[in-house]
Design a protein around this ligand. Structure first.
Ligand code: SAM
Length: 219
């Protein structure tokens, strides 16, 4: 099977399960119009994150890696009236596009964007209460740092998701190396030794190709 087959399958399933949505379409369009890279989660993955947040009744969410706010909108929409989401983004331009998209989606009152290197921003966070759910999807060399901070910031029983951990199977290919793959390997290698969490990697295929995420619970 190829990316065309996987995309057709995503489109097929989405056609029954996910309605057309003005705010999400707007976020995709303004992100593309402003030259942001096409590296947001897929439609089905966004919905998956939304369902996950609702399943665990999360009220406080941290996201690392905002881009144009596409995943932010899916996540923030899953929050109850008094829920809050903090999202960390390096690029002022990405943050500006995201701010517009989040406002268009009517979510400004629930979302705070912190602009700057996530490794610095995340170390300053002292949330009260702790986060229920953390989504890590920024630069991959930062994965281990973000994960260790996420562990400090998430409540016991809370969930951490780390995106893009399969990378077309390259992470598991010993003959392949680049900074992103090494960032994932360092993070996965750490998990073997970390008795504070339990985790599994779920591979995915779809319109974004062959990838996957690691699903972690804080013990
Ligand atoms: N979560 C977004 C979505 O699905 O819509 C996609 C995020 S994109 C894969 C990664 C984002 O991380 C980019 O916007 C990039 O600018 C940001 N980023 C890269 N390095 C960063 C860093 N050191 N600190 C914070 N954000 C960073």
């Amino acid at each position: 099977a190829s990316i065309e087959d996987w995309t057709r399958s995503d489109v097929y399933h989405n056609s029954f399960l996910i309605s057309d949505d003005d705010a999400l379409a707007h976020a995709q369009k303004t992100s593309a119009d402003n030259g942001l890279p096409a590296i947001a989660v897929s439609v089905a993955q966004g919905k998956y994150l939304n369902l996950l947040v609702r399943s665990i009744g999360a009220k406080n969410i941290l996201e690392v890696g905002t881009l144009g706010g596409y995943s932010t909108i899916w996540l923030a929409r899953a929050l109850p009236e008094d829920g809050k989401l903090i999202t960390l983004e390096l690029s002022p331009k990405h943050a500006e596009v995201a701010r517009g998209n989040i406002a268009y989606a009517g979510l400004t009152n629930k979302v705070e964007i912190i602009v700057g290197p996530a490794a610095e921003s995340i170390k300053k966070l002292q949330p009260e209460p702790f986060f229920d759910f953390i989504f890590i999807d920024a630069d991959k060399p930062g994965n281990l740092t973000y994960f260790l901070e996420a562990k400090r910031l998430v409540k016991k029983g809370g969930v951490i998701i780390v995106d893009n951990v399969v990378r077309q199977g390259r992470v598991a290919d010993p003959s392949y190396s680049d900074a992103n793959v090494e960032g994932v390997r360092k993070f996965i290698g750490h998990l073997k030794t970390d008795s504070d969490v339990d985790a599994t990697t779920i591979a995915t295929v779809g319109e974004k190709g062959w990838d996957g995420f690691t699903y972690i619970i804080r013990l």
